[in-house]
Design a binder for this molecule. Structure first.
Ligand code: TRP
Ligand code: ZN
Length: 513
């Protein structure tokens, strides 16, 4: 098949026609300029004459081809959910998001936003249409590969039909312009999350499905992507976000802050904080560390900063190299009752964290952020591991104390194991907690107890080798419980089904394993 040559001729003819019709243009200027290149046509397609494009730059616009596909499987819409057992309509099928470029202008005092999100993605099937997750807000336009697309809203989906279908494997851009006043979500056991107003601005904390309250996104940890945030605020405000800062650009009344997250990130970890901050910069070894605290907590900035550095250094020696470009932490004022391990820079909301809390959120940078969930029922892979990191910290911190005063993970396990069988630390089973108990005690504590049970079964060497291999093999990727079990069995040479079944899936207090 050598369609391309024929089409080139057709395009040239079309250009010639346009030149004749283009009466308003300066003829001499036009004939001197080169024809604009047409966008690449995917293999297996033919083109038909389309509408003329507007004149751009120094080239003569050609007719835009209308691409028609021939002889390849039918184009279908990507699914409007990824079928997660707990969040069936979160995420979308048919494409793989690679990057989100988020440009957002924030207005004070009404906290209104005008935003443009450009998603670069690859079609994983022949696509006639696809969805993004977005809740509320007013969508003004959607462009796919620069051309206006048809869109409609249906519950939490923004459904997009591009002007031309997208062949499988094709990289494409989607630009969504939208505006409005985002608001938070709240759910049983989840508290307040998503876009949360603060005294002096806003803060986003979006686990598990809150990011669509403020940006269109493929909202599932299975589709990680890189992000750039460019946020424009009145001059008296500042912006903190994930990743590395670029120099702010100050205008007459507003300043634009840019933050770049260069490592793949699960959507629920995307964070922007708008407000006033006391910011400290330092390093843990060669790793840049940025700590930012709301002025109400200014007195705690130094301690948070130093503790973050100390904990990161210790965790690197335990888990292996830190997975991201920077570290840090944020304290801001909404008292939502939890912290979140937002990538590179966890947020402690409404309180000054103690060291255990910092250990927990920073452990998530390895367990949860670098190695992410494949599905939400596996949440213990995040929370059980981060809680176990707290136990390891206690063990490390008291290692040089007299024997009776050492607080080993084994001792902590034993203390919990003495709890009555009907304690919420044992119910529901953490490997299948149900959506309501995603962040319940058993996910955290029985999840961590599972790791201690594993350690006692296979010994310290195989146990820490398993943790490090998990992190190294799946860096910037995803994992499932079954993958972890298989890895632990490989590293230890033991059959561990019974142990994991007892600790993760069996009802009631685990007895024999
Ligand atoms: N991942 C958070 C942590 O453990 C926990 C979390 C997120 C949470 N949202 C929540 C806990 C809502 C309770 C309620 O650091
Ligand atoms: Zn956690």
């Amino acid at each position: 098949v050598n369609a391309p040559r024929k089409q080139a001729t057709a395009a040239l003819t079309a250009t010639a026609l346009l030149l004749v019709i283009g009466a308003t243009a300066d003829a001499a200027e036009l004939s001197a300029a080169k024809p604009c290149p047409l966008p690449k046509r995917p293999p297996g397609t033919v083109s038909e004459p389309g509408q003329a494009l507007r004149r751009t730059g120094r080239c003569v616009p050609q007719e835009r081809e209308r691409i028609r596909t021939v002889g390849i499987p039918p184009y279908t819409d990507g699914s409007t959910g990824l079928g997660d057992p707990y969040f069936p309509s979160a995420g979308n099928g048919g494409y793989d998001a690679k990057n989100y470029d988020v440009t957002l202008a924030y207005r004070s005092p009404d906290k209104h936003i005008d935003a443009v999100v450009k998603m670069t993605a690859t079609a994983t099937q022949a696509l006639s249409g696809f969805s993004l997750d977005l809740r509320g807000l007013r969508v003004r336009s959607v462009l796919v590969d620069g051309l206006p697309a048809v869109f409609r809203r249906e519950r939490q989906e923004l459904m997009v039909t591009p002007a031309t279908p997208l062949p499988r494997g094709r990289s494409f851009t989607t630009v969504v312009r939208y505006s409005g006043r985002p608001g938070p979500l709240s759910g049983p056991m989840l508290g307040t999350y998503g876009w949360i107003p603060t005294q002096d601005g806003i803060l986003t904390l979006s686990e598990p499905d809150g990011t669509p309250t403020w940006m269109p996104v493929n909202d599932h940890p299975r589709d990680k992507a890189t992000y750039t945030f460019r946020v424009t605020v009145p001059n008296w405000l500042q912006v903190i976000a994930n990743g590395e800062p670029r120099p702010p650009v100050r205008g007459a009344a507003t300043t634009t802050y840019t933050w770049v997250e260069r490592s793949p990130m699960a959507s629920y970890l995307a964070m922007i904080a708008i407000g006033r901050f006391r910011t400290l910069r330092g390093r843990a070894g060669s790793l840049p560390v940025i700590t930012a605290v709301d002025p109400q907590y200014a007195g705690a900035a130094g301690k948070l900063h130093r503790t973050t550095i100390a904990v990161l250094n210790w965790q690197r020696s335990l888990f292996g190299r830190y997975p991201f470009a920077t570290g840090g932490g944020v304290i801001d004022d909404p008292d939502v009752g939890y912290a979140l391990e937002t990538q590179e820079r966890p947020v402690y909301a409404g309180f000054v964290p103690d060291t255990d809390f910092i250990v927990h959120e920073l452990a998530h940078q390895w367990f949860g952020n670098s190695v992410s969930l494949t599905a939400w029922p596996d949440i213990w892979l995040n929370e059980g591991f981060a809680t176990y990191a707290e136990w390891l910290w206690q063990e490390h911190r008291t290692a040089k104390a007299k024997k009776g005063r050492r607080d080993t993970a084994k001792k902590i396990f034993t203390r919990y194991y003495r709890q009555p069988a009907d304690s919420p630390i044992f119910q529901p089973p953490p490997g299948q907690p149900g959506r309501r108990d995603l962040f319940g005690f058993s996910v955290y504590i029985r999840g961590a107890m599972c790791l201690q049970a594993l350690r006692q079964r296979i010994g310290d060497r195989a146990f820490f080798r398993t943790l490090r291999a998990w992190i190294a093999e799946r860096r910037h990727g995803n994992g499932r419980t079954a993958d972890f079990v298989a890895l632990a069995e490989r590293q230890s040479g033991r059959q561990l089904d019974r142990l994991f079944h007892a600790w993760l899936y069996a009802k009631g207090k685990p007895r024999d394993w």
